[in-house]
Design a protein around this ligand. Structure first.
Ligand SMILES: [Zn+2]
Ligand SMILES: [Zn+2]
Length: 454
C-alpha cells in the first residue's frame, strides 16, 4: 500500500508557531551571548550556556569537541529510527576581537562584530521545532545540532602554540571537528550567517567565498644597544618593513578575477625602544578564489619575507598554516531554503547569487562544503561594517526567528516523505573530496620555511 505523502505545509505551519511562540526567549538568548563575547576556542561560557539549553530541550549533548564545540543528535520517526540522511544544523560560537566595539569585553577586546551570537539562538529555535513530537514523527533520518568554535581565524600565535602542544590539530573549529570525525555521520549541513549588506533582500543564498592560507612569520635579527652600537645589531623590524614594501609591490601582479587579498598585522614589533628589535612577528593572510590561486600568491609573498631577511642579513621562519577552502553552496538545498525564506518574508525577499559571486572573505564552512553538500545563506538585519566597530544586529526577529524557521522548514523539505528530497540531494551532489583526502591535503599545506639571509 502506498504511503500517504506528508502534509509539509501543515508541518511548516506548526514549526512557525512553535518558534514564533519562543521569539522573545530566543532573542534574549542571542542578546545575552552578544553581551558576553568570547573568542575562538575560548567560548567556554557561550558553549556551556548553549549546551545547557540544548540539554534542557531534552537532547543528549556530546561536549568538548574541538575544545568548546559540541554535538547532539536527534533521530526522527515514530518508534525508533526511520532510515534517512542526517542533516547538521550548525551554530558558530566565537566572536572577534574589536576593542573599540560598543559591546566589546573591556578585558579581552572580544566583540561579536560578525553577528555569530544570533546563531546559538537560531539553533535553539530549530531544536524546539524539530524535536517536537508532532513534527519529529513525520520525518525520516536524523538531525545533528552542532556548535562549532573558532570560525574567525585569529590569535594565530596562540593557536599555533596550542597546535604545537598537541591540543588542536587544525586551527579553526569546523576544520578541527572534520579532522576529529565529528562530521563523519553527517550527510549535509546548513547554517545561517548575518549580513549588513544593503539591498532589499531579507535573505540571500548562493555565492562563494575566498580560500586562504595563514602565514605566521618570525623575523629574526639580533638585539643591540639602539644608541650605543646599533651597527652590532640586526634589525628584525627593518626586515619586516622591507618585506611589507615587497608585498605591496606584488599587488599589480594579481588578476581581478582571482580575488586575491593579502593582509596582515604585526603582533610583536620589538620589546624596548632602546634596543634594536631582535624579533618581529607578523600574522598574515593570503586569500584567493581557490586553493590553487592562494598557493601561487602565497609563494610570491614568501619571497617577500625572504627579501626582508636578506636585506638586513637576518633570518625568517615562515609557518604556513592551512586556512579555509572556497565555499560551494549546494544548489538544490539553496533553492529549498530560498523558497522557504520567501514563504516567511514574502516574494522577492530573497536574493539568489551564482557561484561566481565571491564576497572576498572566507569561512570554514567552505572546508565542510568540500566533503558534503552545504548551504551558508545570509540573513539581513545588521548594520555597520562587518568586523568593524559599528557592526550590530538591528533586526533580531529576522536574524534569529526567521532564520530558525527557514532552517527548520528546509529540514522538513529534506526529510519528509521518507527523506526523498534529502536522498536526491546526496545522489546529485559531487563534493570534490572525501574527509580523508581533505585532512591529508590540509596537513600537506602545513609547513615551515626557515630562510637565512646571512
Ligand atoms: Zn567574520
Ligand atoms: Zn562570521
Amino acid at each position: 500500500m502506498a504511503k500517504a505523502t506528508t502534509d509539509k505545509a501543515a508541518l511548516k505551519k506548526a514549526v512557525t508557531r512553535i518558534i514564533t511562540k519562543r521569539a522573545d526567549e530566543l532573542i534574549a538568548f542571542a542578546r545575552d551571548i552578544g553581551a558576553n563575547p568570547e573568542v575562538g576556542f575560548q567560548e567556554f561560557r557561550t558553549s556551556r550556556k548553549l549546551a545547557e539549553a540544548v540539554e534542557k530541550a531534552g537532547q543528549k549533548v556530546e561536549r568538548g569537541l574541538a575544545i568548546t564545540g559540541f554535538k547532539a543528535k536527534h533521530i526522527f520517526g515514530r518508534d525508533g529510527a526511520q532510515d534517512g540522511p542526517t542533516v547538521a544544523v550548525i551554530a558558530e560560537l566565537d566572536s572577534l576581537r574589536v576593542p573599540e566595539h560598543e559591546l566589546s569585553n573591556p578585558e579581552t577586546g572580544a566583540a561579536h562584530a560578525c553577528g555569530h551570537h544570533t546563531q546559538p539562538a537560531q539553533l535553539l529555535g530549530v531544536i524546539a521545532a524539530l524535536t517536537d513530537a508532532a513534527i519529529s514523527e513525520h520525518l525520516s533520518g536524523s538531525v545533528a545540532f552542532i556548535a562549532t568554535p573558532a570560525e574567525e581565524f585569529i590569535d594565530v600565535s596562540a593557536r599555533l602554540a596550542a597546535h604545537e602542544a598537541g591540543e588542536i590539530g587544525f586551527m579553526s573549529g569546523k576544520q578541527e571537528m572534520m579532522r576529529l570525525g565529528v562530521f563523519d555521520d553527517i550527510d549535509m549541513a546548513m547554517m545561517v550567517h548575518t549580513s549588513a549588506e544593503s539591498g532589499t533582500g531579507k535573505f540571500s543564498v548562493g555565492g562563494s567565498s575566498n580560500a586562504h592560507v595563514v602565514q605566521h612569520v618570525r623575523f629574526i635579527g639580533k638585539a643591540a644597544h639602539a644608541g650605543g652600537a646599533p651597527w652590532d645589531g640586526v634589525n628584525a623590524l627593518q626586515a619586516a618593513n622591507v618585506a611589507l614594501v615587497a608585498v605591496n609591490a606584488q599587488r599589480e601582479t594579481f588578476q581581478n578575477s582571482d580575488t586575491v587579498r593579502v593582509h596582515g598585522i604585526i603582533t610583536d614589533g620589538g620589546v624596548s625602544v632602546n634596543s634594536v628589535p631582535g624579533q618581529v612577528i607578523y600574522e598574515g593572510r593570503v586569500r584567493g578564489r581557490d586553493s590553487e590561486v592562494v598557493d601561487a600568491a602565497a609563494e610570491k609573498i614568501e619571497r617577500c619575507f625572504k627579501a626582508g631577511a636578506l636585506a638586513v642579513g637576518g633570518e625568517v621562519k615562515i609557518t604556513s598554516i592551512p586556512g579555509y577552502m572556497a565555499l560551494e553552496n549546494d544548489s538544490l538545498m539553496s533553492e529549498m531554503f530560498a523558497a522557504n525564506a520567501e514563504g516567511i518574508c514574502g516574494k522577492g525577499s530573497v536574493i539568489r547569487r551564482g557561484p561566481e559571486a565571491n564576497r572576498g572573505g572566507s569561512t570554514d564552512m567552505g572546508d565542510l562544503s568540500q566533503i558534503m553538500p552545504v548551504i551558508h545563506p545570509y540573513v539581513s538585519g545588521a548594520s555597520g561594517t562587518a568586523h568593524g566597530i559599528d557592526y550590530i544586529i538591528t533586526d533580531y526577529k529576522n536574524t534569529v526567528v526567521n532564520a530558525a524557521i527557514a532552517m527548520a522548514h528546509t529540514v522538513i523539505d529534506l526529510l519528509a516523505d521518507d527523506a526523498v528530497a534529502g536522498k536526491d540531494v546526496i545522489a546529485k551532489a559531487t563534493p570534490p573530496r572525501t574527509r580523508k583526502e581533505y585532512v591529508e591535503s590540509q596537513e600537506a599545506r602545513m609547513r615551515v620555511i626557515h630562510y637565512r639571509g646571512v
